[in-house]
Design a binder for this molecule. Structure first.
Ligand code: GDP
Ligand code: IMO
Ligand code: MG
Length: 423
């Protein structure tokens, strides 16, 4: 039995969906612990591509139970749309497989409008949010005026909480939302959600007591964490491993492994500093080979070299026990591969991620250059047959970052995976 946390070690889109799906083959339960449908987790099986936003990435295995934890913000309309999309792809998910925490907060139409309005109002500090209402829903949660799944089930309480939120006052002249019809619609959605709703902390702790194998699946990534990321260019939740305990309601001592998912290079969507960003043809090469377009918004992702300052920080703040190195195949064909070891800054050489964002914005990467490889590695399934320079690259990352690499991914499909250790 084991409880594993899967956490993004960069700015999201590291391949958490693929890694969760691979590991989910041998687990009983996958739980999402934060974020919402700002996430886009891709799982490719044969010629089918599944894009999961809210539903945990264990869903393709009929015997794997999937739970949306209390730390997630859930848009009920998106939840049902996602079930429909899965059904169209012949994945029939029932309330016997999928469970939703009664304490998860709900994204209402007003949150989405507010997200868009706030984005357009931030002149020089745009965050580039996904406009899914994530920030406003978490804001209401912390302000103690949010609506939870449990509230959707009690009509009087729902009505009084929605009325007291009084959003037309926050969106003067913009909202066309009628409060009473939102109450009706939310209640209706609550009735449809009802069969899926559980006391998720109880449910998950019982599974742990029964010695089940469980994955806690993070969304976004360490550098988008509202506490530990590049604030304010972050999301509004805690993707770091500590967020997993809060977001599912288990004690920290129940966690056995913390697996960081880390691309062999770095991408970022939205605004914010990114020292190793490449705006030249190498950046375009990575973007094109890696098909780096947002799973949720379709925006092109900014691409750059691997940043070991960021990786070491992710190892520290998450307590990573190992990493999965993904998208190594994207580096095929490069003569030289650069890796950032430390930064040059107005305060001298920095080996640790600086918490002052202004200083971080001025950091220049200092690179180590490693020889690349010509070969196509996307069909290799064993470390031994990788080109020597690819092996050297993997060893270099492991040694210099100071972390064990337990899996290397060389393509989006399940079999495009090199297991280095038994996870
Ligand atoms: P997530 O949000 O962390 O789950 O990552 P995304 O799904 O948003 O983005 C990762 C993208 O890379 C998806 O299109 C995956 O299918 C794809 N992918 C995952 N692992 C690999 C890999 O090792 N090689 C390549 N070429 N693509 C991969
Ligand atoms: P997955 O789980 C990459 C980014 C947005 C924006 C910032 C805040 O697929 O890795 P938000 O809508 O959360 O308020 O936006 O966070 N962002 C992501 N970037 N992957 C994600 O999820 C992301 N979820 C949010 O682009 O910069
Ligand atoms: Mg993604």
């Amino acid at each position: 039995m084991s409880v594993k946390v899967i956490v993004g070690a960069q700015w999201g889109d590291e391949g958490k969906g693929k890694i969760t799906d691979i590991l989910a083959e041998k687990v009983d339960m996958v739980v999402r612990y934060q974020g919402g449908n700002n996430a886009g987790h891709t799982v490719v099986v044969g010629d089918k591509t599944f894009k999961l936003h809210l539903i945990p990435s264990g869903v393709l295995y009929p015997n794997c139970q999937c739970v949306i934890g209390n730390g997630v913000v859930i848009d009920p309309e998106v939840f049902f749309q996602e079930l429909e999309t899965l059904k169209a792809q012949h994945i029939h998910v029932t309330p016997r497989q999928l469970f939703v925490s009664s304490l998860a907060h709900v994204i209402l139409p007003f949150h989405k409008q507010l997200d868009s309005q706030q984005e357009s109002g931030r002149c020089d500090q745009k965050i580039g949010t996904t406009k899914r209402g994530i920030g406003p829903a978490y804001t209401d949660k912390v302000s103690r005026c949010g609506i939870r799944v449990i509230d959707l089930l009690a009509k009087d309480r729902l009505a009084s909480r929605i009325r007291s939120r009084n959003w037309p006052a926050h969106l003067p002249g913009i909202t066309t939302l009628d409060v009473e019809s939102v109450i009706e619609k939310s209640y209706e959605l609550g009735q449809r959600l009802k069969p899926f709703v559980v006391d998720s902390s109880l449910f998950i702790n019982e599974a742990i007591d029964l010695k089940k194998n469980i994955i806690l699946e993070g969304a976004q990534g360490t550098m988008l964490d509202v506490d530990h990321g590049t604030y304010p260019f972050v999301t509004s939740s805690n993707p770091v491993s500590g967020g997993a305990c809060m977001g599912v309601g288990i004690g920290p001592h129940k966690i056995d492994q913390i697996i960081g998912v880390n691309k062999a290079y770095v991408t970022r969507v939205g605004e914010g500093p990114f020292p190793t960003e490449l705006t030249d043809e190498t950046g375009e090469y990575l973007c094109a080979r890696g098909a780096e377009f947002g799973t949720t918004t379709g925006r092109p992702r900014r691409c750059g070299w691997l940043d070991l300052v960021v990786l070491r920080y992710a190892i520290r703040v998450n307590g990573l026990t190992e990493i999965c190195l993904t998208k190594l195949d994207v580096l095929d064909g490069l003569k030289t591969i650069k890796v950032c070891n430390h930064y040059e800054s107005p305060q001298g050489i920095l080996k640790n991620f600086p918490l002052d964002l202004d200083l971080f914005s001025q950091c220049k990467p200092v690179y180590e250059e490693l020889p690349g490889w010509e070969e196509d590695i996307s069909n290799i399934t064993s470390f031994d047959v990788l080109p020597q320079n690819a092996k050297n690259y993997i060893r270099y990352v492991s040694e210099v970052a100071g972390v064990k690499i337990s899996l290397v991914s060389v393509g989006s499909r399940r079999n495009q995976t090199i297991h280095l250790l038994t996870l």
